[in-house]
Structure formats: C-alpha cells, structure tokens
Design a protein around this ligand. Structure first.
Ligand code: DX5
Ligand code: ZN
Length: 232
C-alpha cells in the first residue's frame, strides 16, 4: 500500500528558543518532514519572533526543508535575506504585499518555492490569477500571531474549496501545488483535516508541547492513514 504524500511541519514557535539547533535536530530525527519557521514583525501581527539570522543559524542543523511563514508587512525586502539564509519555501499573506504577483515571482527568482497564506477571513480569490506562480497554498486555521490557539472548524469547508481549485488546476495541466494548514492541528483533528484536502500540516504546540516528539508525529501519521482508508 502506498503511504499518503503528506508533510508534517512542526512549528518552531513552540520550541525551546534557548536550544533551537538541538530542537531542530530532535524533531527531524523524530520524523518531521519540514521545519515551519514563523516570522512575526509586531506590525502585521501583534507578536515578534525570529528573522533571517536565526534561519541561517539553524540551517546547518538539518537538511529538511525550512518552510518560512512570513507574517510581516511589507514583504518584499526580507525575501532575498531569507533565501540567502537557507529558506526552501517562503509563504506570505497577500494583503500584506502591495503586489502579490510580483512577490511570488521574487520568491521563485531567489530559488525558493512560493506560496500565499490565507487568514480565516481572507477569501481564496487571491489565488485565481496567480495559480501558475504557486507551489503551495497555506490556510490559517487560527488568526495568526500566536501558537496554542483552537482550530477554527470552518477551515474544513475552506480546505475543500481550496482542494477543488488546486485539483481543477492540475487536471487542466497545471503544476502541483501543496495545500498546507496552520493552527491548532492536533492528533485528534488531523484526520478530518486530511480528509478535507490538506496534505501539509503545521503543528507547533502539539509537537513541541509533548514529551515525546516521535510519538506525536507517528500518531499524526497513523490518523492520516486511518482517514485515508476510510475515504476509500
Ligand atoms: C500562528 C503560527 C503557527 C503556530 C501554530 O500564527 O503561524 O505556525 O505556531 O501553532 P499551534 O500548532 O500551536 O497552533
Ligand atoms: Zn505559521
């Protein structure tokens, strides 16, 4: 049987910031596929986190892709810095960029995968005219700014809609686009989130808040597998 092509991306926001390199190594050893890297500027969101220097510092600790989620405004100036710091994927909130089409192209020009992030109330229409420039679409299932919030159930409807758009695009010959979800993802809801169409799962507090990272990541994969079997 083939395993579902999913990515588990633990968010460093809930890691021990005093031991970030070690946390990155441990969580990848425990089965994480990507490292999710939350960048907050105390302007676009009411919190302040980490930037390109920290990305550069953790880069030697893993070969896993670093998935940079920019919650900053403006967006463009920081992109070359993250590309230089070793980011593999860069996503941003379209309403925080004056020219989202240009920003997507800028990310790809710097050798990274590019994507848009949709807040719970942000319409998916922002995707429509930039489908050819998307490698990933990220749906927020909480309002951005903090870890440890509750998953917003309406995200499941939005995921189904986004999945339909992506499938239609791919069926018409377009490139593949991953569908990522971020906020409140846990072992007990990841199956439903997968069934709604997500293939990439950010989990901060669920992973780093647990004593055994591997146990949580394994349990998440098992739930996805179960949901996949139920769907057949
Ligand atoms: C929220 C961040 C998330 C957050 C997820 O603005 O983008 O990546 O760290 O944390 P949990 O999984 O705890 O909701
Ligand atoms: Zn995030």
């Amino acid at each position: 049987m083939t395993l579902p092509d999913i990515c588990i991306a633990p968010s460093l926001l809930s890691a021990d910031f005093a031991r970030l390199g070690e946390e990155v190594r441990n969580v990848v050893d425990a089965g994480a596929d990507w490292i999710h890297f939350d960048v907050m500027d105390n302007h676009y969101v009411p919190n302040l986190t980490i930037g390109p220097m920290v990305c550069e510092a953790i880069r030697p600790h893993t070969t896993a892709p670093i998935d940079v989620h920019l919650m900053v405004e403006p967006v463009d100036a920081i992109i070359p810095q993250f590309a230089k710091a070793g980011a593999n994927i860069i996503t941003f909130h379209p309403e925080a960029s004056r020219h989202p089409d240009r920003t997507l192209a800028l990310i790809r020009d710097h050798g990274c995968k590019a994507g848009l992030v949709f807040n719970p109330a942000t319409p998916l229409g922002w995707m429509d005219y930039v489908m050819d420039k998307l490698d990933i679409v990220l749906l927020m299932s909480v309002n951005p700014g903090f870890g440890g919030q509750q998953f917003i159930p309406n995200t499941l409807h939005k995921l189904r809609e986004a999945r339909q758009r992506i499938n239609a695009w791919q069926q018409a010959g377009g490139q593949s686009i991953r569908l990522e979800v971020d906020g409140g993802v846990k072992v007990d809801n990841i199956g439903a989130i997968y069934a709604a169409g997500a293939d990439t799962f950010v989990a901060g507090s669920a992973v780093f808040g647990a004593p055994d990272y591997r146990a949580v990541i394994d349990a998440m994969r098992a739930e996805v597998l179960k949901a996949g079997k139920q769907a057949v």
